[in-house]
Design a protein. Structure first.
Length: 246
């Protein structure tokens, strides 16, 4: 028995209710199946199950002690966490309120990454995602970050549904920055170093976002390369490969 398997007490497989909730948030059925999720019964705080929270881990998957200790700093309810990859280098996973949902599919590596999921919000990574260092994902105010499989993110990528503070018009008091936005990334997306995605964003399949570019409230077409602040299309009809060959 491995250390990961011996540390956690396991219960039943993913329930139909939780499977449906994950799917509705953007988790792909075949990825959920591949994750092999089972419920964790211990060690968790006494209030965890009483408040209707659920934690599922894939076979052999373990969360670091430091991540778990910060995860449960204060009570919340109706939270669903499903982690299908061992994330030994994850810096933090923080829950900001009730009904938050986080799914991390198999084949994901978030080196020194930070995940924050606020109340009623969702972070869904459908697996085979590599973030080389210090990626920050922040979903709040009912917003969502949903990434299809096969992502490559360079260092210091920042993906946030909201700006964390209200920006408003002086005369009308109307909010003018995003609130509870949705960010979606298609398959096979490459985000360059220090790329920023914020507000309502859709990144198409096979797209490339250049280093230090900002995509804010924009739709990036499939198989295009964009760069700049704000990002603009600099090349159409592109694809990319993980290997660095001539």
């Amino acid at each position: 028995m491995s250390s990961a398997e011996s540390r956690w007490s396991r219960g039943a497989a993913l329930t139909a209710e939780h499977r449906a909730r994950l799917a509705a948030a953007g988790a792909e059925p075949e990825v959920l199946e591949r994750a092999g999720l089972t419920a964790v019964t211990a060690p968790l705080p006494s209030w965890w199950h009483q408040q209707g929270n659920a934690l599922y881990l894939g076979a052999g998957v373990e969360l670091a002690e430091s991540v778990v200790s910060r995860l449960a700093l204060y009570p919340f309810s109706g939270v669903l966490l499903a982690i299908g990859s061992t994330l030994p280098h994850l810096a933090s996973l923080l829950i900001g309120g009730d009904e938050a949902l986080v799914f991390v599919g198999p084949g994901t590596e978030l080196t020194a990454g930070d995940l924050y999921c606020g109340a009623g919000s969702a972070i869904v990574l459908n697996g085979d995602t590599v973030a080389t260092r210090c990626a920050v994902l922040d979903a709040r105010n009912g917003g969502a970050i949903v990434a299809a499989p096969d992502q490559l993110w360079a260092a210091n990528v920042y993906v946030a549904t909201d700006d964390m503070h209200r920006l408003e018009d002086v005369e009308t008091g109307e909010r003018i920055n995003p609130y509870g936005a949705t960010i979606r990334l298609g398959r096979h997306v490459w985000l360059g170093r220090e790329a920023v995605l914020t507000g309502h964003v859709e990144i198409g399949e096979g797209a490339v976002v250049g280093s230090r570019s900002m995509v804010r409230g924009q739709k990036v077409p499939s198989h295009t390369a964009v760069a700049g602040t704000p990002a603009r299309v600099i090349r159409e009809g592109v694809t990319w490969r993980g290997e660095d060959t001539p």
